[in-house]
Ligand binder design. Structure first.
Ligand code: GRG
Length: 310
């Protein structure tokens, strides 16, 4: 991240680093509240896998996007939105636990640590991941009601989360990914796969924040456009990092190269992938200004999605 890139957002790099660190602390606290409430009612195996899979670091970008959009939409600065926002992270954590299983990517390393099934066993990681799916929906419902959202808004928040996680979103994208094994995808097929597998949940994050803040329809549409662009920029960058970093730098393995997956880099080349990421990052920022949203953190998060190192 260069000073130049953040100056335009109103957040200098050092400032963004400290804002992100403060945001992550608030997300971690909400995750601990959510996981303790859940794990204490579970048998030891899945309880340990859930704690391990959820409370194991990570960038926490989805809940941070959600909370930032809530404030951009006129919500206050209380902790309640983080309890709503972590519903996205519970879905994300389950997807990583399941993605790492031997029947999927058979991964050893995630976030710089052994994967959940390597520590807690395949059954506990599988069950713990499955428990997180309905738990995330319940979390979104109870936390949004506690925040004071109208029943209609809470329903829409839960529906947005479930749609993004489901067959038209993340799970559908993963099915396309599994079906693509050993085959080179066309550019259109790869766009569709990424839009669903990674983009849908990232795009849902600012929309959920907007819904929780009772934002206007115009703001919601702007946040959705912004979220779709951030999701795509994030995924193109993931492909670039996968092609240019070591497992140690990324804290995960195997790489897409090792799995012989189609990526933006394998299809379009590194330079073109970088240009695409840059152009989608600009599109994300334009979506904010077109909707009349003055949201320096959301703008800086679009930059962060492409300028991160892991
Ligand atoms: C049964 C078909 C089927 C699916 C189950 C496993 C699964 C659901 C979905 C997989 C979705 C998946 C693994 C998407 C990858 C998304 C992605 C880019 C993850 C990395 O996100 P970061 O960088 O991770 O935000 P951190 O570690 O920072 O949280």
């Amino acid at each position: 991240m260069t000073g130049e890139s953040f100056a335009a957002t109103g957040l200098e790099p050092l400032e963004l680093r400290s804002v992100l660190s403060r945001e992550r602390s608030r997300v971690e606290a909400a995750l601990e509240r959510a996981v303790e409430g859940l794990a204490e009612r579970l048998p030891e195996g899945p309880a340990s896998a859930v704690r391990y899979g959820v409370l194991s670091g990570g960038k926490r970008l989805r809940p941070i996007l959600c909370a930032a959009a809530y404030r951009a939409g006129g919500g206050g600065d209380g902790d309640g939105i983080y309890d709503v926002a972590v519903s996205l992270e519970l879905i994300h954590a389950y997807s990583l636990m399941h993605d790492d299983l031997p029947c999927m990517d058979d991964a050893e390393l995630r976030r710089g640590r052994p994967t959940a099934h390597r520590i807690h066993g395949v059954t506990a990681a599988m069950n713990g991941g499955a428990i997180l799916i309905p738990a995330a929906a319940v979390q979104a419902w109870t936390a949004s009601r506690a925040l004071g959202c109208r029943e209609e808004a809470s329903r829409e928040i839960v529906a947005t989360l479930c749609r993004a996680a489901g067959a038209a979103g993340m799970v559908g994208g993963q099915m396309l990914d599994l079906k693509a094994e050993g085959r080179r995808l066309s550019a259109e097929e790869l766009d569709e796969l990424h839009r669903m597998k990674t983009g849908a949940l990232l795009a849902a994050a600012p929309r959920i924040g907007g819904l929780a803040s009772n934002a206007t329809e115009e703001t919601l549409q702007g946040l959705s456009r912004y979220g779709r662009a951030v999701g795509l920029a994030f995924q193109i960058t993931d492909d670039i990092l996968d092609a240019t970093s070591t497992a140690g730098e990324l804290g995960k393995n195997p790489s897409d190269r090792e799995l012989e997956k189609s990526t933006y880099v394998s299809l379009h080349g590194l330079e073109h992938a970088r240009e695409q990421a840059e152009s989608v990052r600009r599109r994300a920022r334009e979506a904010l200004s077109e909707a009349g949203l003055r949201a320096p953190l959301l703008a800086a998060l679009a930059d962060y999605a492409v300028r991160r190192r892991r």
